[in-house]
Design a protein around this ligand. Structure first.
Ligand code: S3P
Length: 437
């Protein structure tokens, strides 16, 4: 599919966000490890969450989906079944990294693999600390998937450990916390920054003892003696999906939209803080929490932006939002600089070089740094871009077209369905111009 976006009229109206993908991955997987039936409302079906659900099927987990609600029959921590063939995690880094932690706890032998893109992403960051905990696991020679896990008897617990992660990563932390469910002693993980804490909150709701000291980014899980309680929850809306609409409404003159039910967990709201520092007009109206996750309605009106510098902990708290943040930066006056973000090179694409190259091809002045990028004033002129198999790059470039002089044509735009299958439909509903070929 090729998608073309051109200068857009103001965005108007309201939209209720689908459930958050990070929460959805966790809810489906943790429910599979619980004892009893879980009911998860606002479950978002997209490429990456379907990858998790299909992988769970391969491990013998029964689930069903009806009208936005996912039902999962838990098998218990040690109940996953041996898959009959390598499990295909497709394009989903969260699926492979979280699932290997759960499989390590269960002691179930398996091979986890995925797409060519997934096979390029580093996995030794999970396998090495798992080995410290006594897990027998190997990667391919380059430290990437496929991951091969050997069997372990449920009567042989994993080892307790104190682990210092070199890079803040919720996927790595969550993998190790899941493995810790089958450890003999507590497992403590310390990170250099505040990665998202959905695993800590959800496991706590399932009656696991998780101590989280947010002042020093340290978490300790005490292996449970009782089975995990099933989940009965409604997922908070996806702030990473909302980010595309927040930026679009901010940069398209005359826009005025409301986004309902957005998850505003502090570990995810970096994008709101960064845009607000640039001058964005975002009003946050708190709504009742959903299963320990804070939720709000967001009212966004067009506003002129000025460039800022983003670095340090803020980077971790908006780690998935840099492609769309770059579009806001292109619409701002003055220079925007992103530092301390080398981790962006290990996402669905190298989100520093791919992003800068595609932005340059539509006339934005973008400069690559080893650990980030700079963007100078100048709205995109327009042109033809590629997505490089990256759903967030695809949607960000489409948003750029709405303020461009000549329009932006996004080739291979189907990749958007990985995370936001309704992107085009919602954009049209809010009044944007989108053409599909
Ligand atoms: C995620 C964590 C982040 C993020 C990814 C989802 C999660 O990755 O980029 O899209 O659900 O835990 P890292 O934890 O590797 O930074």
């Amino acid at each position: 599919m090729t998608l073309t976006t051109t200068l857009s009229p103001p965005l108007r109206g309201s939209y209720t966000l689908p459930g958050d993908k990070s929460l959805a991955h966790r809810a489906a997987l943790f429910a599979a490890l619980a004892t009893g039936k879980s009911v998860i409302e606002s479950f978002p079906l997209s490429g990456v969450t379907q990858a998790m659900l299909d992988a769970l099927t391969a491990f013998g987990v029964e689930w069903s989906y009806n009208a936005g609600t996912l039902y999962v029959l838990g098998r218990g921590i040690y109940g996953l079944q041996r898959p009959s063939e390598p499990v295909n995690c497709r394009n989903s880094g969260t699926t492979i990294r979280l699932l290997i932690g759960a499989a390590a706890a269960a002691g179930v032998p398996c091979t986890l693999d995925g797409s060519e893109g997934l096979r390029r992403r580093p996995m030794s960051r999970v396998t090495e600390p798992l080995q410290t905990m006594g897990v027998a696991i190997t990667t391919a020679a380059n430290g990437c998937a496929p991951l091969v896990l050997a069997a372990r008897a449920a009567t042989t617990p994993l080892k307790g450990a104190t682990i210092q992660l070199p890079v803040a990563s919720a996927q790595v932390k969550s993998c190790l916390l899941l493995a810790a469910l089958a450890a003999a002693e507590p497992v403590t993980i310390t990170e250099p920054g505040p990665s998202r804490d959905h695993t800590e909150r959800m496991l706590t709701a399932m009656s696991v003892t998780v101590r989280h000291d947010t002042t020093i980014n340290r978490v300790t899980l005490t292996p449970p003696l009782e089975p995990l309680k099933p989940l009965h929850s409604k997922l908070a809306g996806d702030i990473s999906t909302a980010a595309f609409l927040i930026v679009a409404a901010t940069i398209i003159p005359g826009s005025d939209i409301t986004l309902c039910g957005v998850g505003v967990n502090h570990t995810r709201t970096g994008i709101i803080e960064a845009l607000t520092a640039m001058g964005a007009d975002i009003t946050i109206t708190p709504q009742p929490d959903r299963s320990g996750e804070p939720v709000a309605d967001l009212h966004i009106r067009h506003a002129p932006l000025k460039g800022i510098t983003v670095s340090g902990d803020l980077v971790v708290r908006m780690i998935d939002e840099f492609p769309i943040f770059a579009i806001a930066a292109a619409a701002a006056t003055g220079q925007t600089i992103v530092r301390d973000a080398a981790e962006l090179r290990h996402k669905e694409s190298d989100r520093i070089s791919r992003l800068c190259n595609e932005l340059k091809s539509i006339g934005v002045t973008a400069t690559e740094h080893p650990d980030g990028f700079s963007i100078a004033t100048g709205a995109p002129f327009g042109g033809v871009v590629d997505t490089h198999g990256d759903h967030r790059l695809a949607m960000s470039l489409a948003v750029a077209g709405w303020i461009s002089q000549r329009g932006v044509t996004v080739k291979n735009a189907d990749i958007m369905t990985e995370s936001f299958p309704d992107f085009t439909k919602v954009a049209l509903k809010l009044g944007a111009t989108v053409k599909i070929d």
